[in-house]
Write a protein that binds this ligand. Structure first.
Ligand SMILES: Cc1cc2nc3c(=O)[nH]c(=O)nc-3n(C[C@H](O)[C@H](O)[C@H](O)COP(=O)(O)OP(=O)(O)OC[C@H]3O[C@@H](n4cnc5c(N)ncnc54)[C@H](O)[C@@H]3O)c2cc1C
Length: 480
């Protein structure tokens, strides 16, 4: 079926000078798109959100699995955030998810060394920065006293860096750490422990600018900045169900299973050609379009001339994340999560309650970032490698029966935070009036996180509303 323009896209101007009745189409229902759509609808625009998949949330989603262990609700991958992710925190409040994704009272990360079976804690105190970590570092058993002193010196050097300095973008973090006296052990047991999970790259593969952003913001901006939060319910309950409810309440028309195929300009409006299986094709007309899709899709949809060097988007690489899901017949882990060193295992989370596991036992999700080497390994190979590792780390797992083992693979989980990526990331505003970009991969200054996605959605909405003539005071607030 082909229908004509659905949205008249007529602008009228109030005596206040604020236009109302403008129509916006947001393409992509991930966190960037849902944030942008909410902000535009809150400002009074008539918003249509089109999403190719049958659900909202993009890379943050859950699915049902009928398994040997019964029916489970599974997240595609463990997602955590930090207290310094203020935009994401605000977004959770806006969609009514307060309390479902709580933060620790105080950062406390158990770090288990598989070789010596020693438990360390990265735990902050209430002291001001940087003393809040001093005690924890002084007692951290996975580094020698000399390595700990070296970490302090490197941290002070990091403090002096400006993450937005373009010169840092071209340098890799690993070389910088080496130049600042960090041993391979210090890189493994501290810098990469945090960096791989937040950047989705090892230090050697990460831009110094992005690494400086992560470590300065997380560890040096405020004592509580690195307090960790994660969802106690399935991700889909937050970023699909609750986000959908908030969008509908705000008046957003949501079109799921609807793929945008082309964006073009005609008769002073934007035309978005969309295809929705059973309903066929239609063309949406809008004053404002936000492309909140991954960089490759954005490249395909952007009309010529909208970006000065559109092909540079194709140079932004991607990086995979692998999650191994293990259901034991008994409780093998007492803590909600831990990180490991001296083992291929990176971070392990207890997902028992959120998954709805019935019949006893415990469900652990093993989250493996920067998983280029293993992302395509067969399940049997991963099982043979990781189950013994978990037994090494968790003595209680040694006699346990495995009720279920499965794998989720996200091959393009994030953009690759490689040196030089900063100059490839475009801002929200394009050269085409009324056409804006959003997505974790755009120029937010943050690595590919939920925080970056939400910030990008807000930035795109701010730019769009500014262009439509909304006064500064009525724009969505940027996060601090
Ligand atoms: C396994 C995994 C673990 C992660 N862990 C963390 C973590 O712990 N903490 C953290 O902060 N971040 C984490 N991330 C990263 C985070 O999930 C992403 O950075 C963020 O969700 C990206 O949001 P987005 O809206 O920019 O993009 P996406 O989520 O990719 O959304 C883009 C949407 O556009 C849709 N789309 C594409 N093309 C079209 C089209 N032509 N028409 C219509 N719709 C289209 C897609 O279907 C998709 O829904 C993780 C990611 C993965 C995969």
């Amino acid at each position: 079926m082909t229908s004509g323009a659905m949205l008249p896209g007529r602008l009228t101007t109030r005596p206040s000078g604020r236009p109302e009745g403008a129509a916006a189409v947001v393409i992509g229902g991930g966190l960037a798109g849902t944030t942008a759509a909410l902000a535009l609808a809150d400002a009074g625009l008539r918003v249509t959100l089109v999403e190719a998949r049958p659900r909202l949330g993009g890379l943050v989603f859950s699915f049902r699995r009928d398994s040997a262990a019964g029916e489970l609700t599974v997240d595609n991958g463990q997602h955590v955030y930090l207290r310094c992710c203020t935009a994401y925190g605000t977004h959770l409040g806006r969609i009514g998810a307060d309390g479902l994704v709580p933060l620790q009272d105080r950062m406390d990360v158990p770090v288990l060394d598989a070789d010596g079976m020693r438990l360390g804690r990265l735990r902050r105190t209430a002291l001001p920065v940087p003393l809040h970590l001093a005690r924890s570092l002084a007692l951290y058993p996975h580094l020698s006293p000399a390595e700990r002193a070296g970490v302090v010196r490197a941290t002070l050097a990091l403090k002096g860096l400006d993450p937005a300095d373009p010169a840092l973008d071209g340098v890799d973090f690993g070389s910088w750490l080496r130049r600042h006296g960090q041993s391979p052990r210090a890189v493994e047991a501290l810098w990469d422990l945090v960096g791989i999970a937040t950047l989705n790259a090892t230090a050697g593969d990460a831009s110094l600018g992005l690494a400086a952003k992560v470590f300065k913001t997380g560890l040096l901006s405020a004592p509580g900045a690195a307090d960790i939060g994660w969802s106690r319910v399935p991700l889909g309950a937050v970023h699909d169900t609750l986000a959908g409810t908030a969008l509908r309440k705000a008046g957003v028309r949501i079109s799921l299973r609807t793929r945008a195929g082309a964006v073009s300009r005609a008769d002073g409006s934007w035309q978005v050609a969309v295809e929705n299986g059973p309903h066929g094709r239609e063309t949406l007309t809008a004053d404002t379009v936000v492309l909140a899709v991954p960089q490759r899709e954005a490249h395909a949809l952007l009309p010529d001339g909208a970006l000065p060097a559109k092909d540079r988007l194709l140079d932004i690489g991607t990086a995979p994340i692998l999650n191994l899901h293990v259901v034991y017949d008994r409780k093998v882990l007492r803590r909600p999560f831990f990180a490991a060193v001296g083992s291929p295992v990176q971070w392990v989370f207890d997902r028992t309650d959120a998954s709805g596991l019935a019949g006893g036992g415990q469900y652990l999700a093993v989250s493996q970032s920067a998983a280029q080497e293993e992302i395509d390994h067969p399940v049997a190979t991963l099982r043979a490698r990781y189950l013994p590792e978990l037994e090494r780390l968790l003595p209680a797992a040694r006699g346990a029966r495995i009720r279920d083992f499965f794998v989720t693979r996200e091959r393009t989980a994030t953009f690759a935070p490689a040196p030089g990526v900063g100059r490839l990331r475009p801002a929200a505003r394009t050269q085409a009036p009324g056409l804006f970009l959003a997505g974790a991969w755009t120029a937010t200054g943050w690595p590919a996180t939920m925080e970056s996605a939400v910030r990008s959605g807000t930035a795109a909405a701010r730019e769009a509303l500014t262009e439509l003539g909304f006064p500064q005071g009525q724009l969505p607030q940027e996060a601090a």
